[in-house]
Design a protein around this ligand. Sequence first.
Ligand code: PLP
Length: 328
Amino acid sequence: MRDIIEWIKNANKVKLGTFPTPLHRLERMEKELDYEGIYIKRDDLTGLGAGGNKIRSLEFILGDAINKNCNLIIASGPPQSNLCSLTASACAKLGLKCVIVNNGEEPDKLQGNMLLNYILNAEIHSIGIATKEERDLYVKNLYIKYKDEGNRPYVIENGATTGMGALGYVSATIEMQKQCLEGKLPINTIFAPGGNGGVAAGLIYGNALLGLPFQINIISVEDHKACLTEHILKTIDELVEITQIPFNFKLEDVCNITDKYRGEGWGVNTEESTDAVFRFAQQEGIFIENIYNSKVLVGMEAAIKNAEVTGGVCYLHTGGFGSLFSQF
Ligand SMILES: *Cc1c(COP(=O)(O)O)cnc(C)c1O
């Protein structure tokens, strides 16, 4: 079997972020919960734009775009999409044109990620209320239009949740294992969000190929467990397709997935998750937002309180700082 560490080292990618991101203890939370060994992996500090997990994915995806000699990147998502805004920042750094397609109404006042997109001079297409299928069709037509005009466009598919995007979190798992070994950090459990499942797939696949150094706990912020599981498995299949390194595990043997903290799903906060935004900021001086990391925090704290974990635990902060400014 080929070595995943070697594979990632040699993979085609472009440098966008500053790595490794910090990994440090949450001392006040430890005191509050009377638990020793609560850590945070600061992927909110990936070093470009407002920061966040998508920078890791974009290193591989835009690496592919540059390899294909593309000069224009099309990203799509809801108005406060972290992916869209981070793509715009990455395009600025790389000197590429960025086109963003948002489904949703254009707001009266530009806030959060939309303000950043404006400052970054991304070309914004607000297409109003639309389904994902309608948005994808709009993107497809834009792609054809740009191609006809002599550009070399590249489309970022599915909010960067693809096998190629998930390589970012295979790489992050390798980085975390190295940090734990070098710093002698006793972390054995990671808590991370599951939206479309890209972060989850990368973590689960990478962790399995590294010999399971961590227990991976995925907190769904969007779909029911069965649906998220399906998305994760699909993305792992794509990872295998790309790396040609097989994944010979049953998913339930190498991770825990829970949908207990998702509330009504993506973008709909629960009372506990909103409370977590305030509590965590006031406890640690670190900002999380309503959609992803607040729900993970609620799930992690519950697992600690209910003694479902032992030893060092790590909260993977995936960012989303840009969107926070539109949430309250
Ligand atoms: C996109 C995103 C995620 C994870 O999404 P997946 O689709 O599950 O990979 C998590 N947190 C933030 C802040 C994000 O922007």
